[in-house]
Design a protein around this ligand. Structure first.
Ligand code: 5AD
Ligand code: SF4
Length: 475
């Protein structure tokens, strides 16, 4: 997996372990909450829901777990190493708990859902285990723990979308935010644990999504990222006043885009089998819908794609890429790739590399295959590619991706790009950073009259391996 810049907007594990700071709660109860999040953007968005639910009950949030009354860890199960990281972190919390036996330790999210009560048996220090659809029960569950019991709720729901809960924006820059538009996943990719940990797919009503985006815009936010495991299968049917309406993803994108031309829209993740020309034309139609699509290929070989149950072929994927290039000529495309899936031959691995040559992805997130208990692949296929072969294939994929990223960044050199200023650059207080439409990070010297949250035109004069460098020419 490549390293991302903090705040990157694709499915990633690199922002794991961020502590979350919340505004003052409505009526303080004197208790402090610490939440740490691992895994995908959806998990970070969920932690904002959890913070909101507990803030309503008077919890103040702290960024220092040693002073917390409640420590939550919002977990990821996607690969074995993601789970291992969480277990290591839990043993550190164990040391704090030995000093402060009243400390409540909770496990939330995908690992809670996967392991259920086993967690309470395996990890003695854990007091409460809560799955992704049960966060409304958190205040009650904490009450049970305070009365001396262990507490668990891992029920999955077919309806819960937390539509009415206004997330508390955590550790944000006040300019970009996530909005969950759906939950769960109905695809059955054979390698993936998500359908088991996050349950059936359900779409949130479009009115609450637009209202949330509008509220963010009113508060000065300039970019929203619409989140779902498979945004292209967003589908909502219901009443709009007297009229029965159906809204698909293209329709939702349009509704959010119409809030203001000053509000940028991003989204993730798109599925190659479901992304429609209608969505592509909607992106092309609105300047404020960013020209960037995260379109995970997973493998470039049709036999492997079939074993993965991705339900598309190499040719189908290439046709979708051609359609993107035709309809949105300057669109950035990123991908996820799994190296060394069950029975993958060298030739089939070469097909993945040649797919990368074909698309020249702007960004890529690459992983060795990790067998997950309970998945279709774990039940039906042998995890037969030796670890060192997986690693070697992954390193070839990584090297190829570096070439692709560099090629794409170089296309911007000598051009002027529109950048949303996100804040001061990590490396120097004298520089600002922000992203262009295609999600490339751009760094440029600060000027006194430009503030974070503004759009500026930046002339790009060079690039490093992951960043464009330039100067403001217009704002
Ligand atoms: N092993 C390795 N990578 C996986 N992913 C999902 N499940 C696994 C697994 N069992 C990757 C896929 C997915 C991304 C979020 O994580 O590439 O798109
Ligand atoms: Fe997100 Fe999947 Fe990890 Fe769950 S298992 S946190 S859905 S990446």
């Amino acid at each position: 997996m490549i390293d991302l810049q903090p705040g990157d907007k694709t499915h990633d594990e690199t922002r794991q372990g961020e502590a979350l700071i919340v505004d003052a709660p409505k009526a303080a109860n004197g208790k402090k909450l610490y939440i740490e999040s691992y895994g995908c953007q959806m998990n970070f968005a969920d932690s904002e829901i959890v913070a909101s639910i507990l803030s309503d009950k008077g919890f103040e949030t702290t960024g220092d777990y040693s002073e917390a009354d409640v420590v939550f860890i919002n977990t990821c199960s996607i690969r074995e190493n993601a789970e291992q990281r969480v277990r290591n972190r839990l043993s550190q919390f164990g040391a704090v708990k030995r000093r402060n036996p009243n400390l409540i330790v909770g496990v939330l999210g995908c690992m809670a859902e996967r392991l259920k009560s086993k967690f309470l048996d395996e990890e003695k220090l854990v007091d409460v285990v809560v799955g992704p659809d049960a966060y409304r029960e958190l205040p009650q569950l904490l009450g049970e723990v305070e009365s001396g019991q262990k507490a668990i709720n891992v029920l999955l729901s077919r309806e819960e979308t937390y539509a009415d809960i206004s997330p508390v924006r955590l550790n944000g820059n006040g300019i970009t935010a996530f909005i969950s538009i759906m939950r769960g996943c109905d695809n059955m990719c054979s390698f993936c644990v998500v359908p088991f940990t996050r349950g059936r797919e359900r779409s949130r009503d479009p009115f609450s999504i637009v209202a949330e985006a509008q509220d963010l815009f009113n508060r000065g936010y300039k970019e929203v990222t619409l989140l779902g495991q498979n945004v292209d299968s967003y589908k909502w049917r219901g009443m709009d006043g007297e009229e029965e309406i159906a809204v698909n993803f293209a329709g939702l994108l349009e509704r959010v885009a119409l809030i203001s031309p000053e509000l940028r829209i991003r989204f993730s993740t798109s599925h190659p089998k479901d992304i429609t020309d209608e969505v592509l034309y909607t992106i092309a139609k609105y300047d404020n819908i960013c020209n960037y699509i995260h379109l995970p290929v997973q493998s470039g070989n049709t036999r492997i794609l079939e074993l993965m149950n991705r339900t598309y072929t190499r040719e189908w994927y290439m046709e979708r890429v051609d359609a993107i290039r035709r309809i949105i000529p300057d669109c950035a495309i990123s991908t996820d790739i799994i190296a060394g899936f069950c029975t993958e031959t060298e030739e089939e691995h070469q097909d993945t590399l040649s797919m990368m040559d074909y698309v020249k992805y702007d960004y890529g997130f690459m992983f060795c295959y990790s067998e997950r208990p309970g998945t279709l692949a774990a039940r039906k296929l042998e995890d037969d590619i030796p670890e060192e072969v997986k690693k070697r294939r992954l390193s070839e994929i990584l090297a190829k991706q570096q070439q692709g990223s560099h090629y794409r960044l170089q296309q911007f050199v000598g051009k002027t790009v529109k950048v949303l200023v996100e804040g001061v650059s990590k490396k120097s207080d004298l520089d600002y950073c922000g992203r262009n439409d295609q999600n490339a990070m751009v760094v440029f010297p600060k000027t006194a009259d430009v503030k974070a949250g503004q759009y500026v035109d930046v002339y790009v004069d060079k690039c490093t391996s992951a960043t464009l460098l330039g100067t403001i020419v217009n704002h």
